[in-house]
Design a protein around this ligand. Structure first.
Ligand SMILES: *Cc1c(COP(=O)(O)O)cnc(C)c1O
Length: 426
């Protein structure tokens, strides 16, 4: 069994399942991964995710558990908390949320009541589902009001202020999933203070860059900060909540458990501790620097080739490409690129005229492939390949061109092995 040789050496009984795992490993190895929310964790993080701490029930918090036998999982959780506080320079952390969505729900539960107003960036403008979208709890249990971006694609702070004064939100959410520019958390706080609202910063996407000092930090500005741990931060799938305010920290702890969740996933918390350890190393700063350089290179090159980038560029690991000029939808672009060996996702552009199932854009990110070791020259090449595939769509010889591109993407992937014995991740 060739399951990367990491955990299972020899045979497994459940061949059916592990065949799928091996197929997924092969897919990850052979695709140029540009999905902005994805990354490749280190082998140490993978080991912690698969460790025996998954067997342990530990409802409660270190030193205050509802179960016996928590001595060693307490060590893991304390390490995770202490390290993430050091990483972001804040006082309190809850590392138990199972995901970013759970982290957000926990903060809403801690600081607001059903029927209160929450003001967040609209989904179609770059915000996240959990920031007040209609089909989610955040949209159903709260009165959700949305702000967006201006014509140039930058956060419309005047609109945020206007909506805050008009609707008197309980919580203002700063943060996004497909917004590539810097967020002025201080300006958000000023607006929040002027109407007596809490400011929640959701840094799910930017966390790794913030940890490295390459993107503005909301610490000191936001009352509560939520994040995922698996995007640019390069840890296991999960969430985390940070704050500097002791009273808010207490409320958040109660909101995560028993408010929203039951027993914490101690193996994931162990893996978070490993990821935070890694992010504290000097090599992570270098990684984040490369993520940013690579992302800027990719956006600049696509611009040079004639495509529009929403807001005209990027200050982080991702950008949203406006495909209107090519008369191709985001949905078609996503499929075409996947066939050529490049994975990304369709994404609405601000004021998109197409429905969300089609969209006029794609979102591309550099975090995952930078973990494999790609540098700016490689990302320039990838931008060229993206342009080639998309601009050739519907023209004669397109299938052939996609095949050529597929060989090229396979060659790139081969040059930067993933989970290979010869060249492991940092
Ligand atoms: C990804 C993301 C989340 C949700 O994270 P999950 O772990 O998928 O629940 C929340 N907020 C933002 C801004 C995100 O980008």
């Amino acid at each position: 069994m060739s399951f990367a040789g990491y955990f299972i050496n020899g045979t497994v009984r459940d061949n059916e399942l592990f065949a799928a795992v091996n197929d997924e490993l092969r897919r990850q190895r052979d695709q140029v991964e540009l999905i902005a929310s994805e990354n490749f964790v280190s082998e140490e993080v993978l080991s912690a995710i698969g460790c025996v701490m998954t067997n342990k029930y530990a409802e409660g918090y270190p030193g205050k558990r509802y179960y016996g036998g928590c001595k060693f999982v307490d060590v893991a959780e304390k390490l995770a908390v202490e390290r993430v506080c050091r990483l972001f320079g804040c006082k309190f952390a809850n590392v138990q949320p199972h995901s970013g969505a759970q982290a957000n729900l926990s903060v809403f539960y801690a600081l607001a009541k059903p029927g209160d107003v929450i003001l967040g960036m609209g989904l179609a403008m770059g915000g996240h589902l959990t920031h007040g979208s209609a089909p989610t709890i955040s949209g159903k249990w709260f009165r959700a009001v949305n702000y967006g971006v201006d014509e140039d694609g930058f956060t419309d702070y005047d609109q945020v202020r206007r909506l805050a004064l008009e609707h008197k939100p309980k919580i203002i959410v700063a943060g996004a999933s497909s917004y590539s520019r810097k967020i002025d958390f201080g300006r958000f706080r000023e607006i929040a203070d002027s109407v007596g609202a809490f400011l929640m910063a959701d840094i799910a996407h930017y966390a790794g860059l913030i940890a490295a000092g390459l993107y503005p930090s909301p610490v000191g500005a936001a009352h509560a900060i939520t994040s995922t741990t698996h995007k640019t931060l390069r840890g296991p799938r999960g969430g985390v909540i940070l704050t500097d305010d002791e009273a808010i920290a207490k409320k958040i702890d109660g909101a995560v458990f028993p408010g929203v969740q039951g027993g914490p996933h101690m193996h994931i918390i162990a893996a978070k501790a490993v990821a935070f350890f890694e992010a504290l190393q000097p090599s992570f700063k270098e990684y984040a620097r490369n993520v940013l350089d690579n992302s800027i290179m990719m956006a600049d090159r696509l611009k040079e080739l004639g495509l529009n980038i929403v807001s005209g560029g990027t200050d982080c690991h991702m950008s949203v490409v406006d495909l209107t000029k090519l008369s191709i939808t985001g949905k078609i672009a996503e499929t075409e690129l996947e066939e050529a060996g490049i994975t990304c996702n369709k994404n609405a552009i601000p004021f998109d005229k197409l429905p969300p199932q089609q969209t006029s854009g794609i979102r591309i990110g550099s975090a995952a492939m930078t973990s494999r070791g790609l540098k700016t020259t490689d990302f320039k090449k990838i931008a060229d390949l993206i342009y080639k595939v998309l601009s050739g769509y519907g023209k004669p010889g397109h299938e052939e061109l996609k095949k050529e591109t597929r060989s090229e993407t396979l060659r790139i992937c081969g040059e930067f092995p993933l989970y290979g014995k010869d060249r492991a991740l940092p």
